[in-house]
Write a protein that binds this ligand. Sequence first.
Ligand code: HEC
Length: 118
Amino acid sequence: MSRRVILAIAALLAGAGLASAQQAGVALTDQQKIGQRLATQYCGVCHFHIQINSTVTYGPMLSKANFDNGRDAELKGVIANGGPNMPGFKYLFEPAEIDAIVDFLKTVNPPGLTASAK
Ligand code: HEC
């Protein structure tokens, strides 16, 4: 199965549960909305709680806390190149799209996104 097919399946799985993932009271910029859409489609399956809050996530929960201590460049590198257990996205996304995802993630309060906004 090609990576695009796998990503498309992941997008379908993630899209179902995360329509209501936006945290209440956060007004997003247009750029952050693009990042939210991309993150919901492509990252949620591993990084967000897409079913029930008690399920574990395959990858670490993502929130603004990941970007503490000036880790922007390092983590954009992870998104582009992947990790030992994460696919890289540099052939799928433009650098501006990775910037948009990071801009969105920096609006997310720890511990991260869940399917049911609390
Ligand atoms: C197949 C599951 C999977 C998908 C899809 C995925 N990740 Fe990951 N991600 C991981 C895992 C697992 C790690 C932990 C490092 C490792 O083992 O590769 C990780 C690590 C990270 C980290 C580093 C966190 C830190 O603080 O060190 C960031 C940032 C990240 N992912 C962002 C993303 C973004 C953004 C997307 C969507 C564009 C995404 N990931 C899609 C599995 C995934």
